[in-house]
Write a protein that binds this ligand. Structure first.
Ligand code: OTU
Length: 643
């Protein structure tokens, strides 16, 4: 079957030819040959021809379901170019219920976002889920039925409509790797329906599961060891890489792909601008491998992207690939078959390296790692963040750690000890997440403020450490606001929220200490911002608000791959430069708890003008040199610009 043949099949259908119909045909024709190559590279042509025809029919049906207003927006977005790279983008992530009760409660808070300068929201899952443990909604019972605790579909459609009017962008998750064990397919599978058992990886005995276990790593080794769960009703083993109630979808079955494409479009049609592909590195499983980052997973993501290009081209994808630095950029489609995958990816490497720099008080590993990772494609961008709802994984490249003269295992242990209360001198207050004694791996949980020492400082009533913690919180956010990409602030961090230990009292959360960094938004603290000026929360809020404003005022902060990392001779100081045409801004961050200096000669060598010819945008003051040295106070940050 060739492309012309397929187009003929489509054209021969009894369809009224409207202008939207020709739009569909045009988009399909543009993407068809790639879609076809990729589809048949995953699913053998001989056996799966009819599925391909089903896919084409599905695309046409889906195209018709796209609301007119969103279709028009798609066209505007295509004309607009890469809107997501703009310096105007500033994001915040939140659980709708923990932020302000429900969708309508969230809508009431639009003025809060406007005050701070937020124009992009990542809402954690809001669709139906099992009533007990549900991984914060990442165990989905449906892909677009809104859970009644958040409101109704109408509430959400109203919300996205209002958001669009206010130039607010919305991101929702597409939990693409698994469904809950209560999802309709899982229920049918449990009833013995073989057709639906084939939507998951199900096995009647341990033979294949045991083979898989030889190479599959464990994601939640403490709370959900192993990667298979026995289901009594089905009397079969089912693959569950995450929690026991999250069943991995079997994308070797083309029907799963086609159905999930419809689910994806359903999500897009709610008026969502960015779709976060959750755990996408895990999409393809293969015996004898780690079953992460496999080429077939990339092809699958690319297929989703190309199909969405036909139906909803204004919607972009975010890759949640918390994997090794070199593997992350592949999710931009770099070096893969078509180059079409996600427009945005989490900068998990930067995130982990920033926490490394806080613990070591040095920027050296950060500088080495970010300078040696290949540049991302021109049209792609990062989500830069310091904290999210998950744990912090120590995704450092061991070769770089060795190059710094550290032993990777000992170094990992040091970082875990620093953050998880094992070092007396460390002000950080975090928890160990999913420690695996088999290999010494562990991850870290805790809120930004607690990890940066605010909780300890307040307990000790130590003003100096309180000041340091506040400065660190602002410095870390200053980096994600200027680094290049969309900064994503975790709700609560803008008011320096501490760890929330109440999860220990909740039986659905007790086994998952990520809940320590998923606090309820404290509106009492917010109410005091106007009156209590010296409060750490107020200082952080106002500091962030100012940095956000400054970001938006300078086009250098739009992401055009215009970043240059400088290896500062002072290893405690992280320096990078953002440039656009004749304008440059250099961001300096001191990771040490003492004052650090840099010689004027080095500043001149990277283009900074001296003699009152440069200013710090944050204070508006000119840069002072004392005896030919620039001094940065503990955790101080400068945004230097020549005038
Ligand atoms: C994602 O994260 C979500 O962000 C988590 O909240 C979910 O629990 C999970 O998927 C399952 O849906 O395991 O600890 O290596 O780190 O994809 C976080 C990648 C997670 C994983 C990441 C996953």
């Amino acid at each position: 079957m060739n492309q012309a043949e397929l187009l003929r099949i489509l054209a021969s259908r009894d369809q009224k030819k409207k202008s939207t119909q020709s739009l569909f045909e045009q988009r399909l024709a543009t993407n068809l040959s790639l879609i076809k190559i990729q589809f048949f590279s995953l699913y053998q042509e001989k056996e799966h021809k009819t599925y391909f025809l089903t896919l084409l029919e599905t695309l046409e049906t889906l195209f018709k379901t796209r609301p007119k207003e969103l279709q028009n927006q798609d066209i505007d977005r295509l004309n607009e170019g890469n809107w997501y790279q703009s310096e105007q983008m500033v994001g915040m992530q939140m659980y709708v219920d923990r932020f302000n009760k429900d969708i309508n409660g969230l809508k009431e808070k639009l003025p809060y976002f406007e005050d701070l300068g937020i124009n992009f929201l990542h809402l954690m899952p809001i669709t139906t889920r099992p009533s007990g443990e549900n991984d914060g909604g990442y165990a989905v019972n449906s892909y677009h039925e809104i859970d009644s605790k958040y409101g109704t579909k109408t509430d959400f459609l109203d919300f996205t409509k209002k958001a669009r009017k206010n130039n607010m962008f919305i991101m929702l998750d597409f939990v693409v790797n698994h469904t809950s064990d209560e999802f309709e397919w899982a229920q049918k599978a449990k009833e013995g329906n073989l057709h639906y058992q084939n939507y998951y990886y199900t096995y009647s005995d341990r033979h294949i599961p045991d083979e898989f276990e030889k190479t599959l790593p464990e994601i939640f080794p403490q709370s959900a060891p192993g990667n298979f769960t026995y289901n009594d009703e089905m009397e079969k083993w089912v693959m569950t890489c995450f929690n026991t109630y999250q069943w991995d979808l079997n994308y070797r079955n083309p029907e799963v792909f086609i159905e999930m494409l419809s689910n994806l479009v359903g999500l897009a049609n709610l008026g969502v601008d960015v779709i976060r592909f959750d755990a996408l590195a895990f999409l393809w499983k293969k015996l004898g491998t780690l079953s992460q980052n496999l080429p077939e997973a990339h092809t699958l993501i690319s297929l989703f992207r190309l199909c969405l290009q036909v139906v909803a081209p204004g919607v972009i994808l975010l890759a949640e690939a918390i994997v090794a630095p070199r593997n992350i950029i592949k999710y931009f489609g770099e070096g893969t078959l078509t180059g079409n995958e996600c427009e945005v990816a989490y900068n998990a490497s930067l995130m982990a390296l920033l926490w490394n720099s806080i613990a070591t008080k040095k920027a050296s590993l950060l500088v080495k790692s970010v300078s040696e990772i290949p540049t991302k494609p021109q049209d792609a961008t990062w989500v830069n963040y310091i904290r999210c709802h998950d744990d912090i994984g120590l995704g450092y490249d061991d070769d770089f750690v060795r190059a710094m003269g550290y032993d990777p295992t000992a170094h990992k242990k040091f970082i875990l000890n620093y953050y998880c209360g094992k070092l007396e001198w460390s002000p950080a207050k975090g928890l160990m997440f999913m420690y695996n004694p088999k290999n010494g791996d562990g991850r870290i949980t805790g809120s930004a403020a607690s990890l940066l020492g605010l909780e300890t400082a307040l307990e000790q009533k130590n003003d100096k450490i309180v000041d340091y913690a506040i400065t660190k919180i602002l410095m870390m956010h200053g980096i994600i606001l200027t680094y290049g990409g969309i900064p994503m602030i975790y709700a609560g961090d803008e008011i320096a929220t501490l760890n929330d230990y109440s999860y220990e009292q909740n039986e659905d959360h007790i086994n998952d200490n990520r809940w320590v960094n998923r606090p309820m938004q404290n509106w009492n603290v917010v109410a005091k911002i106007k009156t209590e000026k010296d409060n750490p929360s107020t200082i952080v809020y106002n500091g962030l608000k100012k940095m956000i404003r400054l970001r938006k005022e300078h086009t250098v902060f739009a992401d055009t791959n215009n970043i240059k990392i400088h290896g500062c001779p002072n290893e405690h100081i992280f320096v990078f430069q953002r440039s656009h045409e004749d304008e440059s801004v250099w961001v300096f961050s001191n990771f040490n708890e003492v004052t650090e200096t840099i010689n004027i000669g080095w500043l001149l060598s990277i283009g900074i003008l001296t003699g009152k010819n440069s200013i710090d945008l944050l204070t508006g003051k000119s840069i002072e040199f004392i005896q030919n040295e620039l001094a940065l106070k503990p955790y101080e940050q400068l945004w230097i610009k020549n005038i």
